[in-house]
Design a protein around this ligand. Structure first.
Ligand code: ADP
Length: 560
């Protein structure tokens, strides 16, 4: 009960530990990403502001020559229109200043009705030679469109409008200034300037993009001036980099002017961004490794504790078992001895039976004590081995000759084969006998229906192998990895009453290893098992460092 509680507690602790670890990792990953995003954002901030500046600066350049629009005498302009007289001087100053600006091509003026916009009638156009406005019938469509659009927009605006001028852009085609009589809430007329598209692109925007974002500016942004209505790139900060719609990171428009155009920006990988990415990857890797190690350590500690607990349980079971096992033969011997001592048993036959009983039980006791001693010695590193050159076929045959009666009495058929070409191995013969007897004992203990004992001694490559095969109950797959552990026994209803302590195989493995060999096992549940002892051939074990094989005769003399 206590164990169970402790076990549940351990699982809970492991669970909590893992959850805490994963939680912390999650938090860490989140903050690493947040840091990375912030670095990227702040590196984008500057180009964004620069693009906004380009947009504002373009507007300033275009509007620069039109500052005089605020100083117009609207009633005088209105009068001049009504009387078809000459415009005031301030009006001409505005027009001339505009005309000198290369951003504008031609300048037109219309009264508020603009009959010419509707198809007939005429407009005034600035003639630079006479520096006067002159009537003309040749009116380009863009002029009609520009004034028409301003007229429509002013109709909506004019009632609430407080200022004497209002500027409208017809995309990149024209700019119109509407003159408003703020008292009568009437539009007086429209002054329209056609825009020099090529000049704006080539002389204003392109140089600005190149100086602000071009190679020399080195701020890792490509900016394209893009006409979205025609899907056409008009200028770029890096003419060699083609426009890619997917690459756009952000867009800057020209508010209320050049409506068809946008500036589209894409980030190239700047050293800052590259460093941020590299640091993110580095941090994530370090975190991953640390978490992996921590989880590994946690699980390792848990498994070790679990194993220790199992061992402690098995040891406790073993102690109870051993005490019982020691008591049973002793009790039998005690009872038999008592009967003999009393002189109650007279018949010779009975006397013999009692003697045999005492002998068998004392042998059993001895075997058990020897096993326990072997384990204790091996644990304490005190195994004393006397390795000599051995012929395993011969040792096995000798063992079988001694044990044949006992084995056959148990109903077993012995199938022994040994190869002719066997090479000698260098082991302690007593150890070999212990190993063999443990394996044979197990084959006997764990076979119920088919009582078969196959023993084969043969050579394979550089090894001599001894197979001990039975057709008994076999070992379930899940137990196979533990079978050589001390005190480990398979929990099987068939063998619940079979005596044992889970020590035999661990002794065999220990002895095999100490003798330079190994043990392997193949088993299928309910079909049988084969345990194989592997020992290196003597002269292989004696190979010199550079791989030469010394003549075996010399060695034999040397060792024996
Ligand atoms: P034990 O004293 O219990 O036999 P061992 O260390 O010799 O201890 O064996 C450990 C366990 O391995 C046994 O309890 C048994 O369950 C299983 N085992 C060993 N040998 C065989 C075999 N030949 N066939 C089936 N099971 C075996």
């Amino acid at each position: 009960m206590k164990w169970k509680k402790l076990l549940t507690f351990r699982w809970i602790l492991l669970g909590l530990g893992l959850v805490a670890l994963l939680g912390l990792t999650g938090l860490n990953v989140y903050s690493l990403y947040a840091l990375h995003e912030n670095t990227l954002k702040s590196s984008m901030e500057k180009p964004r502001n620069q693009l906004l500046e380009v947009s504002n600066e373009t507007r300033n350049i275009i509007m620069n020559s039109l500052r005089d629009r605020f100083r117009q005498n609207i009633p005088l302009i209105e009068k001049a229109i009504q009387e078809n007289g000459d415009m005031p001087e301030s009006f001409y100053n505005l027009v001339k200043a505009a005309y000198e600006e290369p951003v504008f091509i031609d300048i037109y003026f219309s009264d508020s009705e603009c009959e010419a916009c509707d198809g007939n009638g005429s407009l005034q156009k600035f003639n630079p030679e006479t520096s006067r406005m002159e009537w003309t019938n040749q009116i380009p469509d863009e002029v009609k469109d520009g004034i028409g659009m301003s007229r429509t927009r002013m109709r909506v605006l004019v009632q609430d409008y407080q200022y004497s001028t209002r500027v409208f852009f017809d995309t990149h085609r024209s700019l119109t200034i509407a003159f408003v009589n703020t008292e009568t809430k009437q539009v007086v007329g429209y002054l329209l300037m056609t825009l020099n598209r090529e000049y704006i692109i080539q002389e204003i925007l392109e140089p600005m993009l190149l100086t602000t974002f071009g190679e020399e500016a080195n701020n890792s942004v490509v900016v394209w001036l893009h006409d979205w209505t025609r899907n056409q790139v008009l200028a770029s900060s890096h003419p060699e980099i083609p426009y890619q719609r997917r690459a756009e990171d952000f867009i800057q428009s020209f508010p209320e002017m050049l409506n068809n155009w946008n500036m589209k920006a894409a980030f190239m990988e700047s050293p800052l961004v590259a460093a941020a990415n590299a640091s993110l990857i580095r941090n994530l890797t370090a975190l991953g490794v640390a978490v992996f190690l921590l989880i590994g350590a946690l699980v390792f500690m848990f498994i070790t504790a679990q194993k220790e607990r199992e061992l402690a349980l098995r040891q406790a079971g073993f102690l109870a078992n051993v005490t019982h096992e020691l008591k049973t033969p002793l009790a039998v011997m005690q009872a038999a001895g008592e009967n003999l001592a009393d002189g109650r048993v007279k018949k010779e036959e009975r006397l013999r039976a009692y003697g045999k009983h005492i002998f068998d039980e004392s042998m059993r006791l001895r075997r058990m004590i020897e096993k326990l001693l072997d384990v204790a010695k091996s644990d304490a590193g005190q195994l004393t081995l006397k390795p000599v050159m051995c012929d395993l076929a011969e040792l096995t045959r000798k063992y079988l000759d001694e044990q044949r009666d006992y084995i056959e009495e148990k109903g077993f058929t012995i199938d022994f084969t040994s190869a002719d070409d066997l090479s000698p191995v260098m082991i302690d013969p007593e150890s070999y006998e212990t190993m063999l007897s443990n394996l044979v004992e197990n084959a006997i203990k764990y076979s119920f229906d088919e009582k078969y004992l196959g023993i084969r001694v043969f050579k394979q490559g550089k090894k001599v192998i001894v197979d001990v095969e039975d057709r008994g109950i076999g070992i379930p797959q899940s137990d196979q990895k533990n079978i050589f552990e001390k005190f480990y026994r398979v929990e099987d209803p068939n063998t619940a009453t079979t005596k044992g302590h889970g020590l035999g195989l661990s002794i065999v493995k220990d002895l095999a290893n100490h003798n330079g060999g190994d043990i392997r096992m193949k088993s299928s549940y309910r079909k049988g098992s084969t345990f194989s002892l592997h020992f290196p051939i003597f002269f292989e074990a004696l190979k010199t460092r550079n791989g030469e094989t010394k003549p075996i005769e010399n060695r034999v003399e040397h060792v024996v």
